[in-house]
Write a protein that binds this ligand. Structure first.
Ligand SMILES: N[C@@H](CCC[C@H](N)C(=O)O)C(=O)O
Length: 266
């Protein structure tokens, strides 16, 4: 039997396995089975903690479709809270630095990038306003926050049916590594955001999505830092100045500690 921790950041929930304390291999099939809400443990992302040679800990992140990804903002806060110390976390997207801040966790997510090859996109285009539209969603800004994001600003986020448009945009061939789809409205420095996550679907909140959307709003002159981002699961504060890392602050919630027989999962 192996131990796992169930945590969430604003309803974006995780199964976290500390693989420094137990031996476990994760294949795409095993990740899918653990994340399955009906037959597995159930989560939006499976998080594996490992030793790192360049940071305090290495974090591998798996979506429920089994894909391994570069970054996860909400899980980064949860890992800092779980280990209860300031941390440098190695990810496929780079080093994320987190520190405890009262009841919250503050995380430096690294720099946002905007080059079409960085996102990545299939071919060169203006990433500030991509010359593309899907139904009534048009001209997104593309941002890489460790992972790829498309950000659409609209008048009313809840008028957009992301269950219908999210999968189409996520899998459009213009995004060779697929994309996280962010739909946002802005009033002053307050953003309302819904996210269709690559490999996961609609989640209560997406940390990197909040960062990408706040950065897009500031870069386009629609808001000034710090920005408050409201998602269905709760609120994050995002600080960013051009050329600087993106700073995200918000809660991390411990749910329970569980035991599982990993051999039962593929
Ligand atoms: N929930 C995360 C993002 C998880 C990865 C994402 N689905 C992707 O495929 O890039 C967050 O809080 O950032």
């Amino acid at each position: 039997m192996g131990e796992f921790h169930k945590m969430h950041g604003l309803g974006n929930d995780f199964v976290i396995i500390d693989a420094r304390l137990q031996s476990i291999e994760i294949s795409p099939t095993r990740a899918q089975m653990i994340a399955d809400r009906k037959f597995g443990i159930g989560c939006d992302q499976l998080i594996l903690l490992l030793t790192s040679e360049i940071a305090d800990v290495r974090m591998r992140i798996f979506n429920p479709d089994g894909s391994e990804v570069e970054a996860c903002g909400n899980a980064s806060r949860c890992v800092v809270a779980l280990l209860n110390q300031d941390l440098n976390i190695e990810t496929l997207g780079g080093i994320i630095s987190g520190k405890l801040s009262g009841n919250d966790v503050e995380v430096s997510m690294g720099e946002a990038t905007f080059g079409w090859q960085d996102i990545p996109l299939a071919f060169a285009m203006n990433t500030d306003a991509m010359p593309l539209a899907w139904d009534n969603l048009a001209a997104p800004m593309a941002v890489n926050m460790g992972n790829p994001h498309a950000v659409f600003f609209v008048d009313d986020v809840d008028a957009v049916d992301l269950r219908q448009l999210g999968p189409t945009i996520e899998n459009d061939s213009v995004f060779p590594e697929r994309v996280n789809v962010n739909v946002a409205s802005i009033a002053g420095n307050e953003i309302h955001l819904n996210v269709w996550e690559r490999g996961a679907g609609l989640t209560g909140a997406c940390g990197t999505g909040a960062c990408a959307t706040a950065v897009a709003a500031i870069r386009q002159g629609k808001a000034t830092s710090p920005v408050t981002v409201h998602q269905s699961g709760g609120t994050l504060t995002i600080d960013w100045s051009p050329g600087q890392p993106v700073i995200m602050t918000g809660s991390a919630t411990y749910v329970f500690k569980g035991q599982a027989d990993w051999d039962a999962f593929g």
